[in-house]
Design a protein around this ligand. Structure first.
Ligand SMILES: Cc1cc2nc3c(=O)[nH]c(=O)nc-3n(C[C@H](O)[C@H](O)[C@H](O)COP(=O)(O)OP(=O)(O)OC[C@H]3O[C@@H](n4cnc5c(N)ncnc54)[C@H](O)[C@@H]3O)c2cc1C
Length: 389
């Protein structure tokens, strides 16, 4: 049985249907029973819990909102609720599922050939194969349009040269979706593990996302056949469309991390006694922090749910997703910081999940478009003036 009671101040559960609540319950139970017991050690040892992948696949969590090829075909709200529960477990685990579903399966399904889809989708859905998404480069993070990685046509093949960095799942992936510049604009290539000229090395020393694999990818005269190119992905808008899918999941996921921090701090403040044997929760300054957190979590829940309903109706656009990702990631990080404060010295201990979430959320604020970049997307939407440069 799931042990996490949930966080629902405004009866938001009444806005979900039975199927949505069932999906959430399944994900919640999986996190309580399978993730919670191992995640502290995984984070401390900088180990990704790869052994959970087959079960994640069996539960239908990989590419959950995609249709066909074994995918669960869930609604975007159901998918969001899965992300929320997984990130309550750990942002690294949610990142794995986001990358696999939104950044590898989605583009193959949307832009791939029938042969590519047949070859990869069923294996990626079951977790038999792992994928990664290589867009960021050492010199180009917030501005992927400047990318230096190049693919040139040589005979009937493509030859890739360049570097990608900060790639989630990079060194454990069976297939890397790599974006490179060609004479015909930016194109995506499916490069398989072991392909000559392709190597991946894990980035060591992260103090965030320690239960997730992050790697650098290197391409040195890496020759792939024409059939490795996604035929319908043309220009930067193709990888950006994938990022919109992943950012949508992040907007839900971070609510889970915030819930875990808030609930831990709420319970702790009731149990912890200071000054005349009174619970610290009886102090006004402590209550103010709890009030701030539950208010912001509630607003984030409503924003995510509305975004999900819009997405299910085909009305969600990338500027909406920027607001969702930016607001909810910043909200979760602030909840983690306030919760850490409320636990006093205990807040820094790995016995509690807060510091782990806080460290992870520093990444979440930065990746998939930084807080600043999403502010600029929103700014452009409301002024029609782009201010990126
Ligand atoms: C753990 C982890 C996993 C990741 N996984 C992936 C992955 O799977 N695939 C992938 O392709 N990438 C991945 N990334 C990379 C991530 O998307 C980039 O780190 C992110 O896009 C920011 O790029 P940058 O780190 O180069 O920062 P920079 O672009 O150098 O930005 C640094 C700072 O400058 C600010 N800044 C930059 N330009 C502007 C501007 N015009 N206006 C205002 N402020 C600006 C930024 O907001 C930021 O605060 C991952 C990163 C991390 C940390």
């Amino acid at each position: 049985m799931a042990r996490f009671p949930g966080v629902d101040y405004m009866l938001i559960d009444s806005l979900f249907d039975e199927q949505e609540l069932l999906v959430r319950q399944t994900a919640r139970q999986f996190v309580d029973e399978r993730v919670a017991p191992v995640i502290r050690d995984c984070f401390n040892q900088a180990r990704f819990p790869k052994e959970l992948i087959p079960e994640i696949g069996r539960l239908g969590f990989l590419g959950a909102n995609l249709e066909g090829y074994g995918c669960a075909g869930m609604s975007n709200v159901e998918y969001g609720l899965i992300m929320q529960e997984l990130e309550r477990g750990d942002s690294g685990l949610r990142s794995f599922v986001s990358v696999q579903g939104a950044l590898v399966m989605y583009p193959i399904l949307t832009y791939g050939s029938e042969e590519q889809t047949q070859r990869w989708l069923p294996r990626l859905q079951s977790g038999e194969a792992i994928g990664c998404f290589g867009l960021t480069e050492p010199g180009f993070g917030s501005n992927p349009a400047g990318m230096a990685a190049r693919a040139s046509k040589q005979g009937i093949d493509w030859v890739l040269n360049g570097e990608k960095t900060w790639i989630t799942n990079g060194s454990v992936a069976d297939v890397a979706l790599v974006w490179a510049r060609t004479d015909d604009g930016i194109r995506g290539f499916l490069v398989e593990k072991g392909n000559p000229g392709f190597s991946a090395s894990e980035i060591q020393g992260k103090l965030s996302m320690r239960a997730s694999v992050t790697a650098s990818l290197s391409f040195s005269d890496c020759r792939v056949p024409e059939s490795a190119m996604l035929p319908s992905a043309k220009g930067l808008k193709a990888p950006l469309s994938c990022l919109t899918q992943a950012r949508y999941g992040i907007g839900w996921g971070v609510i889970g991390a915030a819930m875990d921090c808030y609930e831990t701090a709420r319970q702790y403040s009731i149990d912890r006694k200071q000054f005349d044997d009174r619970p610290i929760a009886s102090h006004q300054l402590v209550q103010e922090k709890l009030a701030w957190m539950i208010t912001e979590i509630t607003k984030a829940q409503l924003l995510a749910l509305h975004a999900g309903r819009l997405k299910d109706q085909g009305k969600l656009d990338p500027a909406h997703v920027s607001m969702l990702k930016r607001n909810n990631a910043a909200m979760a990080l602030e909840c983690a910081r306030l919760s850490r404060d409320l636990l006093g010295a205990n807040g820094i201990m790995d016995e509690y999940p807060i510091m782990r979430h806080m460290c992870n959320l520093e990444t979440v604020k930065t990746y998939e478009g930084t807080d600043h970049i999403h502010a600029l997307v929103i700014g452009e939407r409301v002024t029609r003036i782009p201010a990126y440069k």
